[in-house]
Write a protein that binds this ligand. Structure first.
Ligand SMILES: [Zn+2]
Length: 176
């Protein structure tokens, strides 16, 4: 049963749309109404899309809404930063888990103890020194940017640390 109150008329609101023109446009059997979005954009909208709630705002506003949802961040990690991280490497943890790990490390590199910082709002990749790295197969930690460059993706944490100690010991002995 169609709700009679929903039938478009001038001034009636459907979401952000306000019907502004009675002049109907018949296109492919669809009755369209001129509407104005709250943002000022005007567009003709099919009556059935207005009435069943398929169209509640202009394309620009719905694109903005989608963008805002996608950009939801957590802690210092902005959605924009998280998007970039997960685009550049396969990450199996959530933004929540990544942030929890950062907090548990007290803003320090897990391997070197160096201070690490995140500039998430807006995301500044140059200034951000914290890099999320794979520790083991299903384990992650945050390393200082310079340290992360030394951590091969395929090498497990313990093997890598052994390697670093070997290098350090060899260098110390060479210096003597
Ligand atoms: Zn709009």
């Amino acid at each position: 049963m169609a709700n009679k109150k929903l039938i478009p008329s001038i001034g009636k609101k459907f979401g952000k749309w306000t019907v502004i023109s009675e002049s109907r446009i018949y296109l492919g059997g669809n009755t369209k109404w001129m509407c104005e979005c709250d943002c000022g954009n005007k567009s003709s909208v099919a009556m059935n899309n207005l009435m069943n709630g398929n169209s509640t705002q202009c394309q620009r506003c719905s694109a903005k809404e989608r963008g805002l949802k996608k950009r939801k961040g957590l802690g210092k990690i902005s959605g924009e930063m998280w998007n970039q991280i997960t685009r550049s490497k396969s990450v199996d943890i959530t933004i929540q888990e990544a942030w929890d790990i950062f907090v548990s490390q007290n803003s320090k590199c897990a391997v070197s103890g160096r201070e690490i910082e995140i500039y998430g709002y807006p995301y500044d990749k140059e200034k951000t020194t914290a890099i999320l790295c794979r520790k083991n197969i299903d384990d992650y930690y945050w390393l200082h940017k310079d340290v992360s460059n030394l951590k091969p993706f395929a090498i497990a944490h313990d093997d890598w640390i052994r390697l670093i100690i070997e290098v350090a010991n060899y260098q110390i002995n060479e210096e003597k």
